[in-house]
Design a binder for this molecule. Sequence first.
Ligand code: NAD
Length: 416
Amino acid sequence: MAYIKDPYEMAVEQLHQVAKLLDLDKGLVRYLEKPKRSVEVSIPVVMDNGEVQVFTGYRVHHNDALGPCKGGIRYHPQVTLNEVKALAMWMTWKTATVEIPYGGAKGGVLCDPSKMSTREIEKLTRRYIVNILDIIGPFKDVPAPDVNTNPQVMAWIMDTYSMYHGYAIPEVVTGKPLTVGGLPGRLEATGRGCIVIMKEMLKKLNMDSSKITIAIQGFGNVGYFAAKTAHEFGYKVVAVSDVMGGIYNPDGIDPDDAKAYSDKTGSVVNYPKAKTITNEELLALDVDVLIPAAIEGTIHAKNADNIKAKVIIEGANGPVTPEADKILLEKGTVIVPDILANAGGVTASYLEWQQNLHREYWDIEEVRKRLAHKLTRAFEQVYDMSKKEDVSMRMGAYMIAVKRVVDALIARGIWP
Ligand code: NAD
């Protein structure tokens, strides 16, 4: 992944910054720096050509003081243990920020699914799950989709785990297809959550109006559903982009129409109802809100100064590097951090787990209502903390999250 520096080092550095603000005991900081467990597994797979290939997989539990560990599984050729450790720590803070009773986890397998058949991906998934079977479970660690994993992969995980236990256990994994206990609205939840949070932020800044213009980098799951929800809420999405480039129309872009074009051609580039621009041009547009929803580190020290948006909503994980964060804060840009802005996904996962544990099926209206309630409440708490402590929204969120985890650790005590 395109991190500017080692992601785990970055995560530890952030923890140290918050620890200073909270005046945390040094021993507790040492405790939180390290994951509870990091597991590395070898995954042998007989490929379609009969050859055996052995893949490396990781599963990291950062902390479970508040509840079962929770976090996605990514399939990517450049996954590293340090990346997974960092992502697991960020999951601890994310679940604590939105006050859901989970800890933080993450998983990754070094592979390139674009070069594998469906059957090979299924075999890899099932063997990976068997190799980490002892450390996952509805009350231990509940995986979910992440980069290059999808509802089908989650269904294989549910099936593998259930086969080993002899009965159906849908609550072992979230992000499943609807037919096996998936949640209506799970797919849209992260992008939708970004807009729910954006609306609250704009209200605080007295900017909430139909004149708001938005540029969105990344037109995948998060970017597309953010664009679609923004359009539905009456805001004007003037630019979107994917890895190939972007499109801009000051009069607004219809997200579904652009998506239909991109589904047909493989990219939004050359969409006939807008001007084609580069990703760098999109980031520098004179808009009210910028939503980076592609990958980490796209806003960095070299382009932060070009950004004109007054508000940044971090749809992606870690899209603004620490250097860029500093530059933007000095310019007065308001940044809603990823652990709050994109927490709609994990919040919906929590709702899916609850729905499964209760053996119920909820409808989408119920899900949207619960999602908006959780996110709005978390937003208010982070906003109030940032005002009270005179810190950025990012530091406000971290202060709330780390304190919640530390309070739980202190209440539980360090055993034995
Ligand atoms: P995705 O693969 O569906 O979409 C990614 C989009 O970004 C695609 O349009 C791709 O073309 C574009 N892109 C990739 N590299 C780019 C680059 N260098 N410049 C510009 N565009 C680029 O992924 P997603 O699920 O939408 O996730 C996007 C981000 O949001 C990731 O950081 C992910 O970790 C984070 N996130 C996702 C969820 C979720 O529920 N999907 C939840 C929380 C956080």
